[in-house]
Write a protein that binds this ligand. Structure first.
Ligand code: NAP
Length: 326
């Protein structure tokens, strides 16, 4: 399978067209102690290690708490077996685990990502600490879905996953029924639906009402705020956990702030990078359970993890971030 670099089709919604969701402090939030406070080796003199405790949010279906910063594997984990390709990812994973983060999202259609993740987790003896999310992806019918799931287990070197999601709303009824069957068998803990484009959110909302999954995964960022309109309020009404993909618009947001200094007000929320502001923007929504930025670089992993501690953004700060990207 080739590297997935999907295309964002939806245009950015006007900030004025969307009412800001109330950002009252989330009662589900509690800090969790980090697994380690050991400082990772600095790559540059300016890099400071992660410290503190990641905020957690509860999965509505169970009350189980998960840290708000997770990670994706699309692109970033689609590598070969050479040390040059794997060593940085080994460190990306090490820093993630040391910070107490748990949620990792992958898919059988992300090239070699499941194999690489399975190998690195086995090598680090860390499978038990990870909330592993994969997908039923591009398959039609129960048999194809089941064969793909069994292959995912083999590639991930595990006998169960925490979350099995129907990818991009393809063959949704059949694949979600299969995911639920696997849940009954104890091979899957939660079931979900995913998409990555605002244009699919109306269909996703209908499916949420009809099928009531445990999780939905969707795109959300300061320039793609469609989820504020329907998905977030609906998720809160129905008790569905929300996982955010494309918080950096697949990296394009960094191009938009290139050469712009991080605003002074970032210090008020303990942030010192644009990445931390973009991630705090996502988790400032009370409906959001976890955000899954993807990186292949240890220093960026540390940067992303730092977004999960300290204060989140208030409405004024969120509006300032949207304006900075305008
Ligand atoms: N349909 C679906 O279900 C669907 C669709 C899309 C994505 N997803 C999931 O969501 C995950 C995230 O989405 P995504 O991979 O499309 O993109 P993303 O997380 O929005 O952006 C990833 C890009 O940001 C860069 N980056 C990460 N951290 C950074 C930092 N601190 N500073 C500067 N640059 C940074 C990465 O480059 P470096 O490697 O150089 O850090 C990479 O180019 C995916 O990996 C996948 O698991 C699911």
């Amino acid at each position: 399978m080739t590297t997935r670099r999907d295309f964002i089709a939806a245009s950015a919604l006007s900030a004025a067209a969307i009412a800001l969701t109330p950002l009252a402090a989330c009662s589900q939030e509690t800090p969790v102690p980090s697994a380690s406070t050991a400082a990772p080796p600095a790559e540059t003199p300016a890099e400071t290690p992660f410290s503190g405790t990641l905020i957690t949010r509860a999965i509505p279906a169970s009350g189980e708490k998960i840290p708000v910063i997770g990670m994706g594997t699309s692109g970033s984990f689609e590598v070969g077996a050479s040390p040059a390709e794997r060593d940085p990812l080994r460190e990306v994973l090490k820093r993630f685990i040391a910070a107490g983060a748990t949620v990792i999202d992958t898919a059988p259609t992300y090239g070699s990502a499941e194999d690489v993740l399975g190998d690195l987790l086995a090598e680090a003896k860390s499978r038990a600490r990870i909330f592993l999310a994969t997908k039923l992806s591009g398959v039609s019918g129960r048999d194809e879905g089941l064969a793909q799931f069994n292959d995912s287990l083999r590639r991930l070197r595990t006998d169960k996953v925490e979350l099995l999601q129907v990818h991009n709303l393809r063959d949704t009824d059949t694949q979600l029924a299969l995911a639920r069957e696997l849940k009954q068998q104890g091979k899957v803990k939660y079931v979900g639906l995913t998409h990555y484009q605002e244009g699919a959110q109306a269909e996703l909302a209908d499916l949420m009402r009809r099928l009531k999954p445990d999780f939905v995964q969707i795109n959300y960022s300061p320039v793609s705020r469609g989820a504020e309109k329907t998905i977030f309020p609906l998720a809160q009404d129905l008790g569905v956990a929300v996982m955010i993909n494309r918080a950096f618009e697949d990296g394009r947001l960094f191009g938009q702030v290139k050469d712009k200094p991080v605003p002074d007000w970032a210090r008020e929320v303990g942030a010192d990078s644009w990445a931390q502001l973009f991630l705090k923007f996502a988790i400032s929504q009370p409906a959001v359970t976890v955000v899954i930025p993807a990186t292949s670089k240890p220093k960026n992993q540390t940067d992303n993890l730092k977004a999960g501690v300290g204060a989140l953004l208030d409405e004024k700060q969120r509006a300032a971030l949207v304006a900075a990207l305008g």
